[in-house]
Ligand binder design. Structure first.
Ligand SMILES: [Fe+2]
Ligand SMILES: [Fe+2]
Length: 193
């Protein structure tokens, strides 16, 4: 096949790309920068959540729901510790960058408290707000884990998986509390409309 054929041309371009990739360490890649940005965003999200969870626990009427918020606060402190470990292993100070997404979700949680008296309807609204926060975290940790795997940071993958599993278990527990008692009780309360 002649050198100038399109097929050979593509193969040559792929080899050039490959050699450029291997000349660059993972730390020099754009993906590494994104990974660090996401760690900072998530660190801020977890900090904000750790300040909000005691308020959610206090606002809840259902004891199981209040307990779920309190036990997730303890887990959330562990998530912050894990993130601090990840920053340290990257040689970076643990520093968040204000997570506007979590700020908005927590504001919605505050509205659930303001808009409803203590009772099952407020509890259902608190669960809705908290599950949005958990899903935000699930997205963040899932993405960070994929980035860490691509960057060859196997230890980080294990650490991020541990947190991801706790976020997922919290989400499942909130669904169970809603289905078991809170939603049926809210259903029997008169609405405002
Ligand atoms: Fe968390
Ligand atoms: Fe969480």
């Amino acid at each position: 096949m002649p050198e100038s054929s399109p097929r050979t041309g593509r193969a040559t371009a792929a080899r050039v790309l490959e050699s450029e990739e291997s000349a660059m360490s993972p730390e020099q890649s754009g993906l590494h920068d994104l990974y660090v940005d996401l760690l900072k965003d998530t660190y801020s999200a977890e900090k904000q959540l750790s300040a909000a969870l005691p308020k959610l626990a206090k606002a809840a009427e259902d004891d199981g729901l209040a307990d779920a918020f309190r036990s997730h606060l303890e887990e959330t402190k562990g998530h912050l510790d894990r993130l601090e470990g990840l920053f340290a292993s990257l040689g970076l100070a643990a520093r968040g960058k204000l997570c506007e997404g979590m700020k908005g979700l927590i504001k919605e949680g505050g509205e659930a408290i303001e808009d409803h008296e203590k009772g099952p309807v407020r509890d259902a609204a608190l669960i809705a707000a908290a599950q949005k926060c958990e899903h935000y975290e699930l997205a963040a940790y899932g993405t960070m884990r994929a980035f860490a795997a691509r960057l060859g940071r196997e230890e980080d993958v294990g650490i991020l998986t541990a947190t991801l599993e706790e976020e997922s278990a919290c989400d499942t527990k909130l669904t169970e509390i809603a289905m078991r008692g809170v939603n049926p009780a809210a259903m029997s309360e008169r609405g405002e409309g």
